[in-house]
Design a protein around this ligand. Sequence first.
Ligand code: C5P
Length: 308
Amino acid sequence: MLDKFDHSRHNALMSYLQSAQNADVPYFVRSYAKINLTLDVVGRREDGFHELITLMQTVDLYDTLCLTPLAENRVQMICTKPELATENNLAARAADMIRQRFSLTKGLKIELQKQVPMAAGLGGGSSNAAAVLLALKDLWQLPLTPTELLDMAATLGSDVPFFLNGGLALCEGRGERVTPVTAHWPASLRWLIVLKPAIGISTANVFRALPPQDYTDGSHSRAVLSALQNGQEPALEHLHNGLERGVLELYGEVNRAREEMLQSGAAYVRLSGSGPSLFAPFADLEQAAHTRQQLAQKGYEVYLTRAI
Ligand code: C5P
């Protein structure tokens, strides 16, 4: 007969490992990707950023980070993607920001196992940075208030504050003013296909090219928010992304991928963030799996995932 799994002993061991501050134990964290269910660009601000109202949701697609102490007084970044193994990586910058804020001289090794596509509109880099902030607060027992943590996150990037909490949230301002939302997740969005066209897109370029005709007043995001909060299915036309028209026009590769998704069985396809990733919602797993397989056979990088 199998022994029953002893949860209390397992939990005690895990919390010992996680709180062993100075021991050379690896501290593993997951860092999830996001999609933008909606993205209203409301206008351009004096500081050059754009005013947004966007509904973001973390999805079950993640990188793994492993943090260990380093004898030298520096942050060492190691990554499965060599181009990300630099001190400019947002995760390394997050660690340095914490070290500077508390005048710490202890070093840190960050190992990043990258699975979330990069420069993809899925918030991978921002999520890594938020994971490092939270992990170091815990690992080094730092007296950081939620407001301080949010400020540090917002300095690192507009999407970083969202990832401190994850889940579903309404994000406003540059994206850094985050209001977590508790809502009943609708059946029509149960499964999500996320496809990453084989190009990288610069968020700054997409915003720079955006004409005022693509601005909206936030009503798409508010309509979807209200539907989700009331346990209703959101109207598909409100799953709007104000950056999509411009991205489809500028990047033929994204347009082609979108067409292929529709031809492979997706009823609705939307851009995530500033792209190039596209997502399509499915109520039915079998249909989602079939569509994913068809797109994979056509050579696309494509994931079947869900909100988390
Ligand atoms: O804040 P983050 O570094 O993610 O933004 C990258 C670039 O995208 C900014 O430098 C800015 O040009 C543009 N951006 C914007 N409005 C936002 C967020 C980003 O114009 N709300």
